[in-house]
Design a protein around this ligand. Sequence first.
Ligand SMILES: Nc1ncnc2c1ncn2[C@@H]1O[C@H](COP(=O)(O)OP(=O)(O)OP(=O)(O)O)[C@@H](O)[C@H]1O
Ligand SMILES: [Mg+2]
Length: 332
Amino acid sequence: MANQQYMKLWSIGGGKGGVGKSIVTMGLGISLARLGNRVILVDGDLGAANLHTMMGLRFPPLTLEDFLLKRLPRLEDVVVKTPIEGISLICGADDLLGAANPTYFQKIRVLRELEDLPADFVLLDLGAGTSFNILDFFNHSSGKIAVFTGISTSLQNVYGFIKCALFRKISREFAKDFEILTLLYEDEAAAEEINSMDDLVAQVRRLAPDKCFRLLKILRDFEVFLVTNMVKNEQDFRAAEIIQSVCADFLNIKPQILGHLLYDPLVDVAINQMVPSLLHQRDNKIIRGLEQIAKRMMRLARRPLPTLAPDNQKAAPAASLAFWKGALNPGS
Ligand SMILES: Nc1ncnc2c1ncn2[C@@H]1O[C@H](COP(=O)(O)OP(=O)(O)OP(=O)(O)O)[C@@H](O)[C@H]1O
Ligand SMILES: [Mg+2]
């Protein structure tokens, strides 16, 4: 199965702290393992590694540091077993990549090793924020999941995260193109005219039509999956549609809704007792959402080629959308 998979490495990011990136990583790992997949979770939270604790390991025997500092030659060597059948883990190393300030190419080397790990799914739990390290790991993963909750600050953050990731992608693709980089980051006159991706596309078209074609291809291929976590009501449930709509209007991209996870008090019990399998107790609230998402990931992983997001999502009510568009893109 592993050889045929197109999407093996999935990053779980989202910008804001505490929205449930680690819980989603762990929960999806458990669901995927229960569906017969070999799963490796990777703690990519370089500032506050804690996935091992959530997975029931008090003291990590090996960490990412052992690979990065070349104490062990292959990333595969630092994979450790967890109490759950089918799930292994690469424990995080606190702030190591940040302190070592890795070059872009060192990061790519780590990413290649991640893709070569012996698993059907490798799930990379990213830390909070929009540092270049986080954005590069997110952008280079074949599956990009953005997690958020229905609360307004989380919507703002996840939109900001997706926007930063997209701009980072564009600036990497045009890394040697001074004209485009200036347009993106330095040209104040142009910045005043650029309120949306359409404006940027128009500016680039004016500069050079061939570059515009490249830019449009980046936008078309930029595929992000949305997971709303801690859903408590209808309004939370519709939060993903708002993100979709704002991304379509201002960034010219169409994130797909991967699923929703209900707020479930059992999550805290599973963390406090360090018994991750409690997440999958029968009849708990979060399990159905996790299983649906895991099944979708398996279908997506087997796709032979990337496909464009289906344009099948209903629009959110006009009043709330208008409000959100103003709030999320105040310059528009
Ligand atoms: N579906 C859920 N139901 C109930 N509580 C949840 C749920 N998801 C997350 N939580 C709560 O939110 C807390 C934060 O979750 P988590 O540590 O996964 O967030 P995070 O996004 O990884 O945070 P950080 O950015 O700090 O790493 C959990 O400890 C738990 O209390
Ligand atoms: Mg976390």
